[in-house]
Each structure stands twice: as C-alpha cells, then as structure tokens.
Design a binder for this molecule. Structure first.
Ligand code: C2G
Length: 132
C-alpha cells in the first residue's frame, strides 16, 4: 500500500485545501495529514489560527480523502513523522517548493500547484473589510 503524507494549517477551511487533499490522495492509497498545532502556527505566522487545532483536526478527519490525522508540532520533525507513519510520498503545495527536499532520503517529495486566487489570509481580509 502506497501511503501519502501532507501537512498544513488548514485554517478557515476553503476549496484550495480540498483541492490539495484530493490531489494528494490520488498519489497513493492512504492519506495521512499533519495539522499544524496552534503554537507552530504562532511561531510561523505571528498569530494564532482562527480555528483551534482540535476543530481543524475534526474538520480534516471528516473528509472522505483523509484516512488519518495528527497534530504537527514542529517543521523540523518532518522526517520523524514520515518514518513513524510509514509514508512513501510527501506532498506539499508549491509555495513550499524546495523547502522539504531534505527528507527525500526517506520518501519521495512532490510539490503540487496551489489553487489560484484563494487563501485564508485573503478570506480574513475580506471579512474584516466588510465589517460595518
Ligand atoms: N493550498 C493550496 N492552494 C491554496 C491555499 C493552500 O494548494 N490556494 C495548500 C498549501 O500549499 C498547503 C495546504 O494547502 O499545502 C495547507 O495550506 P496552509 O494551511 O496555508 O498550510 P501552511 O500554513 O503552509 O502549513 O509543515 C508545513 C506546514 O504545516 C504547512
């Protein structure tokens, strides 16, 4: 069985997230998703996600493309996660191109194109600016 692993925050879940998960699932037979912890998100982006890690995990776990979910505590632990979950392929969006090539001794690494014109940050901006 070919196992695929991918990582992300998946905050304010949108169609770009679904598209990458759907395409990641198609790369193999089993999809494992590492959902960034609230703390990891704070350290990467300087803010906490809108949805907390438990809610984000619940949303991702409920998707038909996804077989297994865990919380990603650190970007540096990628190789550990890949080995522990026995994954054969790491899939990431192409905003991460090259950033995880260092794990390619334990699995294949593929970067898929992002869905254009949608992002959590943009959604937050639109919602903010529509406040009266
Ligand atoms: N994504 C996409 N198209 C978009 C928006 C996001 O394909 N329009 C993809 C990203 O490329 C990523 C996944 O959806 O592969 C999750 O995106 P984010 O929630 O922004 O994830 P990020 O905060 O980049 O966390 O270990 C890596 C990190 O945990 C990734």
């Amino acid at each position: 069985m070919k196992k695929v692993i991918t990582f992300g925050t998946f905050d304010v879940f949108h169609v770009g997230h679904i598209n990458i998960l759907e395409r990641a699932a198609k790369q193999g037979d089993y999809l494992i998703v590492g959902v960034s912890s609230d703390e990891l998100n704070f350290s990467k982006k300087g803010r906490y996600p809108i949805y907390n890690e438990n809610d984000r995990c619940k949303i991702i776990s409920s998707l038909k493309y996804v077989d297994e979910v865990f919380i990603e505590e650190s970007l540096e632990k990628k190789k550990e996660y890949i080995i522990n979950y026995d994954a054969n392929i790491l899939v990431m969006g192409d905003d991460w191109t090259g950033r995880f090539d260092w794990v390619n001794d334990v699995c294949d690494v593929i970067y898929l194109p992002r869905t254009p014109s949608i992002s959590t940050t943009e959604i937050i901006e639109v919602v903010k600016s529509s406040k009266r």
